[in-house]
Structure formats: structure tokens, C-alpha cells
Design a protein around this ligand. Structure first.
Ligand code: ATP
Ligand code: MG
Length: 286
């Protein structure tokens, strides 16, 4: 459809839930159709295709979908000609080389002439070429981590997040070769109308992400501490100061970045702030 964005997301897997959550937080709603392969939004000009993540970069390149959400690892491995328009901050993981736990490891030259099982031959090959290491890549599509114990390979190159899967298969992680998170991909040849819709969607995503990265903070302070506290709370433009019913006291409201939060709270208490309330922000329009 001409003025409807087609957005490809993973049908079921580690990206699905968070992709759907993001779309929902952007205020885009739809009912799953009977087929569960396609759904049309009733409050935003978008339709959703539910696919295997492997197919998403290719569909976006071909223009079957205008946008897609996949792991950066999948995007790099498929090496399709698509635009990365936004990192989405979820499904964070890394692609790492791992070997059997009892084998000694010092440096990447360990892998020379070794047999490495992976589902990511392109990314692995790039790493080996950069390090000028000749090794055999054994491509398998799943259960990579059991390859060493069944004698299929000397090492694996696989997705890791906590490392517990490696551990339970007697492996240890020795090199990280790629860091990944979910990304929003776009087709290169979107029409002007579609570009407008993509901008609207990206604006919504930015507002959701900014809200998540910040907290709304309210506190009480005696008048003589107000100036010092305002210095600590830059806010979006500047903090709001409202007098309390009790004379000599103010309520101060502002926005604090999540990553600076604990640091700021300590300083606020030292400066005389009391009754501090911290409230999540659903969306923040910058
Ligand atoms: P599909 O059936 O769609 O092909 P899949 O089995 O290839 O799915 P999943 O295991 O669902 O893929 O993982 C999808 C993406 O989620 C991966 O490509 C990676 O970017 C990310 N991912 C994988 N494992 C983890 C993990 N343990 N923690 C966080 N993110 C992960
Ligand atoms: Mg897949």
C-alpha cells in the first residue's frame, strides 16, 4: 500500500516481545489477524509482518517491508543494503568466541587452523581476516554450543548475554568480536510520503526512549537551600519552584537523567532537600 508503512518484526523469539512493546509504547495499536503473519494498525498507517529474523534484512532491502526490527548481529551477518536508522536499546548481546573450559588461552592466534562452529560465518570471517588468522569455519544453524563436546569443532562463535549457556556446556568465552542490540532498519528507496511516516515513528521512539532515560523529581527545600538545589537540577529548561503553604519552604520539580540519578540524590540530600519523590516519565518531547 502506498501510504502505509510495512514494518517487519520477529514472529517469535528474543526480539518479539520487546519489539511489540516498543510499538505499543509509541501508541500504535493493531489486532492480530487470523493468520498471525500480518496485522494492520487501526490508529497509525502501518501494517506489520511477522517473520523469522533471518529474513528481515532481505525483505527490507527488497522493499517488501519499509522498516524492520532485528539484532545488529543479524543485520551485519546478512550484509544487505539497508539503512540503520536507530539503535533501540534492547536485546543487547555480544558475539563471542568460546573454547573448552579446561583449554588454556592467551591470544587470538590460538584459533589458527582451528575448526570453529558458528551461525555467523561472515562476521567471524571478518574478525579472522582482520587478525590475519587462517581457520576453518563450520557453519551450523543452531545448537552451536554443543559442537566442541561432540567433536564437531574446537571452538564456537556464538551469541552470549549472561554466559550461562556457555558455562553449562563446559565452555569459556575468550574473545568478543561483535556487540549487538536491536536496531530499526529502513529501505533505501522510501517515497517522500513514507519518509514522513518514518520520521513520525522515529519521533515517537525518541520520545519513549528519552522518557525512559529520565526521571521526574519533586522535593521540598527551605528557601535558603533553594539556590544550591536548583544548581544541582538543570531540568529541561530550568526547574519549577512552587512555594509551599508553610512559609520559608519551596517545592522544586525537575527532570534528572537516569544514569546520574543516584549521584544527584546524594548531593540533593546534602544540600538540604527533603521529601524527595521520583516519578517515571512515560514520554518526553524534546
Ligand atoms: P528466528 O526463529 O526468528 O530465526 P532466532 O532463533 O534466529 O529466531 P533468537 O534466538 O530469537 O533468534 O534471537 C534473536 C536476536 O535476539 C538475536 O539475533 C540477537 O540479536 C538477540 N539475542 C539472542 N540471544 C540473546 C540473549 N541471550 N540476550 C539478548 N539478546 C539476544
Ligand atoms: Mg534467526
Amino acid at each position: 500500500m502506498k501510504n502505509t508503512l510495512r514494518i517487519a518484526i520477529q514472529k517469535s523469539g528474543r526480539l518479539s516481545e520487546q519489539s511489540l512493546k516498543l510499538i505499543n509504547e509509541c501508541g500504535i495499536q493493531f489486532n492480530h489477524g487470523k493468520s498471525r503473519l500480518k496485522a494492520v494498525s487501526y490508529n497509525f498507517p502501518a501494517e506489520f509482518l511477522f517473520l523469522r529474523d533471518d529474513d528481515i534484512p532481505g525483505y527490507v532491502e527488497d522493499g517488501v517491508a519499509d522498516l524492520g526490527i532485528v539484532g545488529e548481529n543479524e543485520m551485519a551477518e546478512k550484509a544487505k543494503d539497508v539503512l540503520l536508522i536507530k539503535r533501540l536499546g534492547f536485546s543487547k548481546c555480544r558475539l563471542s568466541l568460546a573454547i573448552q573450559r579446561d583449554v588454556e588461552y592467551t591470544e587470538p592466534s590460538f584459533f589458527r587452523n582451528k575448526n570453529i562452529a558458528t551461525s555467523y560465518p561472515r562476521i567471524l570471517n571478518q574478525f579472522l581476516e582482520d587478525k590475519k588468522i587462517a581457520a576453518q569455519i563450520h557453519e551450523i544453524s543452531g545448537s552451536v554450543e554443543i559442537a566442541p563436546s561432540i567433536g564437531l569443532a574446537d571452538a564456537v562463535c556464538d551469541i552470549v548475554s549472561s554466559g550461562s549457556t556457555l558455562l553449562s556446556n563446559g565452555l569459556k568465552e575468550v574473545e568478543t568480536i561483535f556487540r549487538s542490540e536491536a536496531v530499526l532498519l529502513a529501505n533505501h528507496r522510501a517515497s517522500e510520503e513514507k519518509k514522513d511516516l518514518i520520521d513520525q515513528l522515529v519521533f515517537r521512539i525518541n520520545s519513549v526512549q528519552a522518557g525512559k532515560g529520565n526521571k521526574y523529581i519533586l522535593l521540598n527545600a527551605p528557601e535558603d537551600a533553594t539556590e544550591a538545589i536548583v544548581e544541582l537540577l538543570p531540568g529541561m529548561r530550568s526547574p519549577t519552584i512552587v512555594p509551599l503553604a508553610m512559609s520559608g519552604w519551596n517545592s522544586i520539580h525537575s527532570v534528572v537523567q537516569e544514569d546520574q540519578f543516584w549521584d544527584v540524590i546524594e548531593k540533593l540530600r546534602e544540600a538540604g532537600a527533603e521529601g524527595i519523590l521520583v516519578v517515571p516519565i512515560e514520554k518526553m518531547i524534546l
